[in-house]
Design a protein around this ligand. Sequence first.
Ligand SMILES: [Zn+2]
Length: 138
Amino acid sequence: MADQFSTEERSAVMRRVRSFDTGPEVRVRQMVHHFGFRFRLHCKDLPGRPDIVLAGRRQIVFVHGCYWHQHSCEGSKRPATNRRYWNRKLDKNVQRDKENLRLLRRQGWRVLTVWECELRKPERLERRLLRFLNLGAA
Ligand SMILES: [Zn+2]
């Protein structure tokens, strides 16, 4: 396929791609990768389709959005309109997360849930990840 973009256009596209690519999940993935771990992504055969799976170590990292997964932080505030709809939907998410955790633990997985808001303090999050991955606490 011919390249239909000028240099300027292409770098604009790349910027968009990159900013799209720096969501919470990707950033956590980069951290784990940076520590030297290899992992699989979005394992469809596991409950909850975990974001990061370190199969050999039986470890899983979920990266959860504070709103959709209802973290106990201010990012979880429910909307004032359509309360019934949102309550039902969000309660269902929380219930599903709990059930997935239970199933995974029963299968012998150790699970760490990272919340989107934790990325505001990346150093603290890195320490938490490292502790989980048994590289020793800082
Ligand atoms: Zn949060």
